[in-house]
Ligand binder design. Structure first.
Ligand code: FE
Length: 151
């Protein structure tokens, strides 16, 4: 990558070993400018909002939940269910390539992290105790989502 002067520019890009090339890439300072402090902590630092505090865990309107960082459609209201966990829960994403799964062994647990496939932002985790037809539970932070209603 080159900056406007034609010189190689990598000063603020932080590509970790498990960070693939995403279609939306911003520097950390650019992300900070465009997200609230809570959104930044969760989306870009893999934080977790406290259960039962997010805006979508008990949200039941018809529409699509988008990535709060890049706007990509992630989950439809048709796949949302009441998990009782205190986080919005879905049994599938809008498409198989909307999200990516990453092994997460942090905090002494063996979990599968879910990230937005377009921008790499942290969304939550997926567990295998969800309802049919998939048996999956995508446990997602409200702060990672932006809902757009439809009729
Ligand atoms: Fe995204």
């Amino acid at each position: 990558m080159k900056d406007s002067t034609g010189q190689p520019s990598n000063a603020q890009h932080r590509h970790g070993p498990d960070e693939e090339h995403h279609r939306v890439e911003k520097t950390e300072s650019e992300w900070q400018e465009n997200l609230t402090a809570e959104q930044y902590r969760i989306l870009r630092e893999a934080g977790t909002e406290r259960a039962f505090t997010g805006k979508y865990y008990a949200h039941h309107e018809t529409g699509v939940y988008h990535c709060a960082a890049c706007g990509q459609a992630l989950f439809g209201s048709n796949a949302k269910f009441e998990s009782g966990s205190g986080w919005p829960s879905y049994w599938e994403p809008v498409s198989g390539n909307a999200v990516e799964r990453v092994v997460d062994r942090s905090h002494g647990m063996d979990r599968t992290e879910v990230r937005c496939a377009k921008c790499g932002s942290h969304l939550g985790h997926v567990f295998e105790d969800g309802p049919q037809p998939t048996g999956l539970r995508y446990c997602i932070n409200s702060a990672s989502l932006d809902f757009e209603g439809s009729e």
